[in-house]
Design a protein around this ligand. Structure first.
Ligand code: ADP
Length: 268
């Protein structure tokens, strides 16, 4: 029990003991509420694809001697099971991220390489949607963090930029260093986001347009995952958007100390 552990540790702090314990309990209650909400949302979100899989299996069974129908139902079955698998992966990822507030073993990572990997992962989807991704020039920026998570964060932004854009439009991805801050921005010429929705898009399972998000295979967790990744890296994320013109998402991370401070005894 977490509050018991805190109680033992705080016992040495004398008079401040009661106050700090109360604070911790409030935080524990809040986290518990967050967890309960998340579980309720998950059950709700899983219901639709699970029901669809059941219905499609049933339909397949009944259409057994109509090859065309069989193929149609089988294709939809693949789509729905893909959605379920993505959803469960992202739920696991997000619940892990929610349980940590910093990185245990950060490493120095090259931001240009991260951005290139994230863009590569979106190439196929972008080509299918006839969206061009333009990568800016190299920044040579480095940050301290987890490479896999950072690629995931940038990839989620690029995938959204592609998904919420029209055929023939352009997505720009750039990195710049500015006074000890590394900025990674992803700009699209897509549908944009109404001001009233700007705060909400980072919430779990929030989508401006349910139908469109379902159509593109979105889970509604992408930006919540990005927000958590950025937070545990000590950064933040900003969004600028104009409905009808497009959006720019900017991740800002502290630049890794560079050049590294010389170790004591090193010759200059
Ligand atoms: P989803 O899986 O639905 O894309 P996200 O968490 O990635 O979930 O995004 C939440 C919602 O924010 C999306 O459903 C969409 O309405 C909106 N959104 C995200 N990125 C963009 C973008 N680049 N342009 C317009 N709307 C966006």
């Amino acid at each position: 029990d977490a509050s018991m552990r805190v109680r033992v540790r705080l016992a040495r702090l004398g008079t401040r003991y009661v106050l700090l314990l109360a604070e911790d309990r409030t935080e524990a209650f809040r986290l518990d509420e967050v967890r309960r909400d998340f579980v309720a949302n998950i059950s709700h979100e899983l219901k639709t694809p699970i029901a669809a899989v059941g219905l499609l299996a049933e339909a397949l069974n009944q259409a057994a001697d109509e090859p065309l129908q069989v193929r149609r139902f089988a294709t939809r079955l693949t789509t729905e099971s893909g959605r379920l698998s993505r959803l469960t992966q992202e739920i696991i990822e997000l619940s892990r991220l929610q349980a940590q507030d910093s990185l245990t073993e950060p490493e120095i990572v090259n931001v240009d390489a991260i951005v290139a990997a994230a863009v590569d992962q979106s190439r196929v989807t972008a080509e299918a949607a006839q969206v061009t991704i333009a990568l800016g020039k190299k920044s040579r920026a480095e940050v301290s963090g987890d490479e896999r998570l950072l690629v995931m964060a940038v990839h989620n932004l690029v995938a959204n930029a592609v998904n919420y854009s029209g055929d023939g439009s352009r997505v720009g991805v750039g990195v710049r260093k500015n006074a000890g801050v590394v900025e990674i921005s992803v700009t699209d010429q897509g549908v944009g986001i109404e001001e009233a929705d700007l705060d909400r898009i980072f919430e779990r399972f929030f989508r401006v347009d349910q139908a469109r998000s379902r159509h593109t295979g979105g889970t509604g967790l992408g930006l919540a995952i990005v927000k958590h990744i950025v937070q545990i890296h000590g950064g933040d994320i900003r969004v600028w958007s104009q409905p009808g013109s497009g959006s720019t998402f900017t991740i800002r991370l502290p630049e890794a100390p560079y050049p590294a401070p010389a170790a004591i005894g090193d010759t200059p």
